[in-house]
Design a protein around this ligand. Structure first.
Ligand SMILES: Cc1ncc(COP(=O)(O)O)c(C=O)c1O
Length: 378
């Protein structure tokens, strides 16, 4: 699903140089590389503040702490997302309220969001899943009418745009991940929050460092959510080819769209006002496990993101959701399959994968599903 070795070879010398410079400086926390990364990404997406933190998960935790979410608050969010989106809400003592998704985009269904608002609701968290933004105009309208904070989980969506506006600028605060598999993948853990408001940005900056307002004086309790200088220096090198890599992802996706159009699988729906960056290219098929096993036997890795909705996870069982609570999410978990779409794919790789999918449908009859798909972190 990824070719990190191949990618590394493209940057090897520059990365070693950047790492060397940090080693020579002996400054491992803070410093110019962090400030430059924050400034560069801020300018790229068009917001006022960026705060680099220790992971995408910690970006969510800092964002929600900064908004003051906690015990007694309800937070509306999708169940069809990576665990961290909900885990962060739970860790702050707030209650995750899971709602269903649009079956075509895999993102929050605004109608379900509206229906879930109660007097206890304090925030909505959208996840721009697989690199496509949620329907922000409708969801922001709900947030404004009910005076709710809006958090974007943009972990998978750096570079995505919605009506021309960048993911990361569409709510009160946005969270990005530099996990190695992400579109801007780092060398280890890392993340960032994007904020328009000066006060919220200043709060998140202090939360990143134990809530310290000045040396050894603490106005609030934060944590050690600091990012590493060396990782920032590496990301600055990788950023140089980010646009090109996004273009390649989009080219792979449109090739799949073309080649799979008249097959029994459903290809991703991307509306005209969306500029998707294809963190994953995810198809839907009733024969998901069988197809995944068939592809794996022929040397093609696939992924299942995600096999179980968060509302049905054991750790959230006390929230009272049951099988059938979120039917679109549950059906999607049974049918979704992500195909390799990363920027290091060869020009003809999508053609090969697509012809294997055609071959599968031409040569097999409905059979008992077998396990076969990789379940990794995305
Ligand atoms: C949608 C989503 N949210 C949050 C995260 C958490 O990011 P991290 O792994 O950097 O903590 C990820 C990635 O893993 C993700 O895909």
């Amino acid at each position: 699903m990824l070719d990190l070795h191949g990618e590394y070879q493209l940057f090897r010398d520059q990365i070693r140089e950047a790492v060397d410079a940090v080693l020579e400086s002996q400054r491992f926390i803070g410093g110019p590389a962090i400030a430059e990364l924050e400034q560069t990404l801020c300018e790229r997406i068009g917001t006022n503040h960026a705060v680099a933190v220790s992971s995408g998960t910690d970006a969510l935790v800092c964002a929600m702490m900064g908004l003051g979410l906690g015990a007694g608050d309800e937070v509306i969010l999708p169940s069809f997302t990576f665990f961290a989106t909900a885990g962060s809400v739970w860790r702050l003592g707030a209650r995750p309220v899971f709602v269903d998704i649009d079956p075509r985009t895999f993102n929050l269904d605004p109608k379900c969001v509206e229906a879930a608002v109660t007097p206890k609701t304090k925030a909505i968290v959208v996840a721009h899943l697989f690199g496509q933004c949620a329907e922000m105009d409708e969801i922001n309208d709900i947030a404004q009418r009910h005076n709710l904070a809006m958090v974007e989980d943009a972990a998978q969506a750096l570079g995505a745009r919605y009506h021309g506006r960048s993911a990361g600028t569409l709510g009160d605060v946005a969270c990005l991940s530099f996990y190695p598999t992400k579109n801007l993948g780092g060398f280890g853990e890392g993340g960032m929050t994007f904020v328009g408001d000066d006060t919220l940005a200043a709060t998140i900056r202090t939360l990143r460092n134990h809530g310290e307002s000045s040396r050894y004086f603490h106005d609030r309790v934060g944590g050690n959510f600091r990012f590493d200088t060396m990782k920032a220096a590496i990301l600055l090198v990788k950023l140089k080819r980010f646009e090109e890599f996004t273009r390649r992802r989009r080219q792979n996706a449109s090739r799949y769209d073309e080649l799979l159009a008249d097959t029994p699988v459903e290809t991703p729906f991307v509306d005209g006002h969306q500029h998707a960056v294809y963190h994953q290219y995810s198809i839907l098929t009733d024969r998901r496990d069988e197809l995944a096993a068939w592809l794996r036997e022929r040397g093609v890795d696939t992924g299942v993101y995600y096999p179980l909705g968060l509302h049905l996870q054991q750790c959230f069982s006390t929230l009272g959701y049951r099988k059938g609570s979120l039917p679109v999410t549950e059906r999607t978990c049974e049918r979704i399959l992500s195909l390799p779409c990363h920027p290091m794919l060869g020009e003809t790789d999508p053609d090969r994968v697509a012809s294997l999918i055609r071959e599968f449908h031409a040569s097999t009859t409905e059979a008992k599903p077998q396990a076969g798909a990789t379940i990794g972190q995305s």
